[in-house]
Design a protein around this ligand. Sequence first.
Ligand code: SF4
Length: 504
Amino acid sequence: MRPRSKDVSIHPPTWYFRAREQVGRAWCLHDQDGTPAERLLQAIWFHQRLLRDRLQTTDGRKVQVVHPGFPNPEGGPDFRDALVRLGDGPVCRGDVEVDVRPRSWWEHGHDRNPRFARVLLHVVWEAATLAPDAPARGNRAENPPPPILPLCEVLDAPLPELALWLDRGENVAWPEALRGACCAPLRQLDPGQLEELLEQAAAARLEGKILWFQARARAVGWEQALWEGLFRGLGYKHNTWPMQWLAEHRCRWAEGARSVTLLQARLLGLGGLLPDEIRHLPADSDQLLRRLWDLWWRDRATLEDCCLPRNAWRLHGVRPANHPQRRLALVAHWLARPDWVRSLEIWCTTEHAESDLAPSLLRLLQPPSDPFWSWHWTVQSTRLPQPQPLIGEARVTDLAVNVILPWLAARARTVKPPLLWERLQRWYFAWPAGEDNALLRLARQRLLAGRVPRGLLRRAATQQGLLQIVRDFCDHANAACEGCPFPARVREWAAAAQGAGKED
Ligand code: SF4
């Protein structure tokens, strides 16, 4: 029997419950036909509010869900790294896409999107409309439609009831069963122990970055190693590799380039990021683009072998402030200053108050106002009502803990001025927290059940420590944490700490 709105009954029917029920209904039901919204289906899948022993694909295979996967807040399938067994097959690891209707596989272009290549299950509300809607694309489809699992007959409660009781926001509380196996031992630690554990992980992360810079400096020199780190950092998570490529060819494109505009022209030209179409642009964009193309035309032939295709970049879903055009415009300002690297070294030889660490570095990394880039996110975007800085404090923190402090620390350690090394370590552990992101949110939920002791993540180092645990342990285990040694190590560490405390 398909559950409908009227199936729900909540006691006692007070004013508050009735008001809440209306909200739940509005959120969960699209229209009169009682079709649920996609977000509700996602919540149902995530919390597995299903008759789990009755799940079956439309082609008749039994579905056993070992793990529903992790919510994916970025582009691509809704859940990553699920563990699912279909029929008598083995437990497979892959992604899960949730849509109201099966035809969304084609309508939303999932069949042509490489990010959907690992989808092993398409979860839908009902499958009745599949056959007439499947387009005749023939061999053109890149991702064949995955097995379809309809939910409408297998909910464990009526739909409006689920809508009322399931969390809806980004900070949705994870069901107990989906938390990491380390969640329980971590919860046993007192806030001071947890902080110490994260700091130790952060120290391991810093050490890894120092070793990377030392190795890279041996191969290409200290300054080149720094530029590569900065370019990668400015590539953010999606465009690290094209940025690295550009940095690696610095000796070619930086030769003889002293002006900001010439450097911007070369970097944008090499990156394939200069738009070909100049017509119909606002006057200031048109003017800049003509100037950049004029400069780039002269150099293009000699730099041809370093050019990147435009599709080397991932631009979909990138925030305007993080657009590679804008990042390259920024780095051109730094490169145009011959004393820029030296100014970083001078910055670290001066003592800064903890509260001035990020602001003092921001002052150094913030270029003077740019007549075009301070007023436009990208080459083609319209003029902004207010000027926007080319770099903000969040990006500065990111560059500080991932690139600048590790690079300076690597240098300090190599030339052995112990005071500088100690200062850089102190700064690393005192640096204020960076911007929250999807990976940190996921780690907080999986490892700490979303319950973070007050103030624990107010420093970048503890955030870095959390990310390092994900890198060191979660990335080597499956969603069910099978074989992960971290929980046992935490228990041992806590027991040893307790024993040491008793002896004291
Ligand atoms: S894989 Fe290991 S570290 Fe990650 S959540 Fe599971 S138990 Fe914790």
